[in-house]
Design a protein around this ligand. Structure first.
Ligand SMILES: [Zn+2]
Length: 291
């Protein structure tokens, strides 16, 4: 197999100006691998605009045919709550007896914050989606800010935990986000990240630009976490609850099996939408700490 030619100059969030190798071109977006640090990302991330329009109502409720977005995010509320509880248990186990103030960056409709509130946490959320933020505030009564984390008016150095759950891969500049997270944490505070691991054992994933701008492995994420001034503690596989309908849609799309959408739709019928399995996903959990 011949090595593809480098695409010439691009900008890597970790390395600055570098040359990169082409990995994939999807929907007009070029996905590349930095030749210096191996980070895989959408070329031209620094010039992307219009991302807030991407996260409208249609993003959270697709027909299962699209690679972008969720089948039906709200219908799987109980799964989001279940997954949230297991992530919260990690934070509580790692720092027992610590305070209970957290910020969830990319909080969407706020299910993680709702689960946190049930366990005695005081939580704040930030998200780009106007629709999701409205739901979090009006339906769940949560303290959620729409927009950029740096504009949310949260007190630096005052939080016991910051979470980026399936969020960092969406951020145009993840280093800026990680630095913002680090600023919010008190000394000893914890950062919990979940994101796709492209070097994980399960290599089933989809290229999803411009939804996913970064495709990390632990090897490529770790230097960014350190560059934000945080100390890495551990990383592991993320076992998560998945709805059988979402899983079917994803797997069938992955293998390009005909009828995938019909089967996925059949599985969202009343009574079946609750079918769920806990599986080792191709995502990782990364825990870091502010020293
Ligand atoms: Zn790089």
């Amino acid at each position: 197999m011949s090595t593809p030619d480098p695409i010439g100059s691009t900008r890597c969030v970790a390395c600055g100006p570098v040359s990169a190798l082409p990995v994939e071109t999807t929907d007009g977006f070029r996905i590349v691998r930095c030749q210096q640090c191996s980070l895989v990302f959408v070329d031209g991330w620094h010039a992307l605009g219009g991302l807030d329009e991407l996260y409208g109502p249609a993003y959270f409720r697709t027909d299962g045919a699209s690679t972008i977005g969720y089948g039906d995010y709200l219908a799987h509320r109980s799964l989001h709550l279940k997954n949230s509880r297991s992530l919260l248990a990690i934070l509580e186990r790692e720092a027992p007896g610590a305070g209970r103030r957290l910020v969830d960056i990319g909080c969407a409709h706020g299910f993680f914050l709702a689960a946190a509130r049930d366990r005695g946490w005081t939580g704040y959320g930030v998200d780009i989606s106007a629709d999701a933020v409205r739901y979090a505030r009006d339906t769940l009564g949560l303290a959620v800010f729409r927009g950029d984390i740096d504009q949310a008016g949260l007190e630096p150095g005052s939080f016991d935990a910051v979470t980026l759950i399936g969020t960092i891969e969406h951020m145009p500049d993840p280093l800026v986000t990680l630095r913002a997270a680090a600023r919010l944490l008190r000394p000893g505070g914890q950062l919990l990240i979940t994101t796709l691991n492209i070097e994980g054992v399960l290599r089933w994933y989809e290229w999803k630009p411009p939804e996913h701008l970064y495709y990390f492995s632990f090897r490529t994420l770790a230097p960014l976490v350190r560059a934000a001034g945080l100390e890495l503690r551990w990383h592991r596989w993320y076992w998560a609850w998945y709805s059988v309908s979402d899983l079917t849609a994803r797997l069938w799309r992955y293998w390009r099996l005909p009828g995938a959408v019909r089967v996925a739709r059949a599985l969202t019928r009343p009574g079946l939408e609750r079918l769920a399995v806990r599986i080792p996903t191709n995502e990782m959990i990364v825990l870091a700490r502010k020293s």
